[in-house]
Design a protein around this ligand. Sequence first.
Ligand SMILES: *Cc1c(COP(=O)(O)O)cnc(C)c1O
Length: 475
Amino acid sequence: MKTIFEKSNNSGICLTDEKEDLSFLDKTVLRSEKCGLPQVGELEVLRHYKELSDRNFCIEKGFYPLGSCTMKYNPKVNELLASLEGYANLHPLSSDEDSQGALELMYMLQESLKKITGMDAVSLQPAAGAHGELTGMMIIKKYFEVKGDCRKKVIIPDSAHGTNPASAHMCGFDIVPVKSNEKGQVDISALKDVLDSDVAAIMMTNPNTLGIFEENVLEISKLMHDNGSLLYYDGANFNAIMGYTNPKLMGFDVVHLNLHKTFATPHGGGGPGAGPVGVVDALREFLPAPVIDFDGQKYFRNYNIKHSVGQVRSFYGNFGVLVRAYAYILMMGNNLRNATEDAVLNANYIKEKLKKYYDLPYDEPCMHEFVLSGERQKHDFGVTTLNIAKRLMDFNIHPPTVYFPLIVHEAIMVEPTESETKIKLDEFINAMIKIAKEAELEPEKILSAPHKTPVVRVDETNAARHPDLKFVDTH
Ligand SMILES: *Cc1c(COP(=O)(O)O)cnc(C)c1O
């Protein structure tokens, strides 16, 4: 594919242009050199960008079982609502009086998230899950400071998402890892071994990143609370429990949600997200200011929060994402648990169909995702998980998350989400079985994959740090 510069038949006009008749222009407005902008007609521009977007993979093009990321369908009506003029064009410095509609939406969303999480108060400010984690850790830190009990440590299971230790560390805590047992759950005796009076909190996600529900969560919360410690809930896996249970019932004190995952906003490529934080009553006075309040007549921004950790995001967060999330919640009515049921059913269906062909290190009923291992294919046929992921692209399937969580060798982490049909799930299952057979019979087909994508294999580190955005067809 040509670049738009290569498609241009000229790159602007300038003083030295001999072919053009420029006599009608004042010499002083002419450049001495061509400005280097592509000269293409509107139709050619449209075609160019359409062709570019066709090369991209997205949920609208195919199955996207990227574990942990919840790449589900994002209803298009959300886009329409987020772009309503009153929302999209509202100036962020408008007064409360002039922003009643937007404030009401934020207030109603806070109320919905309180119900969904069981928490007593919510801030919508954080701009992503990891940002919510950092905010939650700041709240926990300040809570102990105000108590005059400056605890230094945060316990994190070895199955955790990398952002958990990163957020706690950025906040100045020392990270204490705790290992998982043979069932893929927090090892209680290992937890007891590291629990002391310097532990501020444990950060957990439930189900954890193996897609396994932590059965001992109540025992863990009792242990932590008896120790004067708090529990932080990473809510990235919320579509596994919505409507069935909530972090409050499990004993958590601080929660973040990833609205862009669970509540259907297009994400990926660093696009805008939202990571609201919810807290129990005892931590309400530590939330980032302002929170949105209602005095019975007017909605307003409440800055009067005694021990607030301060504002963590300019203005009030990524407002467009908040609109989409609220629209999604309303559209689902009282049936958010239907999404949970389908997410869990879909994951278990695929897991059961594939466990004959790939290793399944934790052979347990899973929640919304599960983790296979490509160890057998690597050991027996020299085909690694990376190769399997690349081959899947030939089937118009986005590869699952690979090499995460770290405690599974050659990990293949599959999250089908609730929005896929059985036909799609079967297509994925069949592709994975075909690849398992190829690994045995014709491994070179996998080792040289993908065969149908615009770009074959890139140097992953360099591609991320120094992207070369020219489109070189490698076929
Ligand atoms: C996605 C994810 C995060 C981080 O959320 P971002 O919104 O990407 O910052 C944290 N924990 C888990 C388990 C996740 O899946």
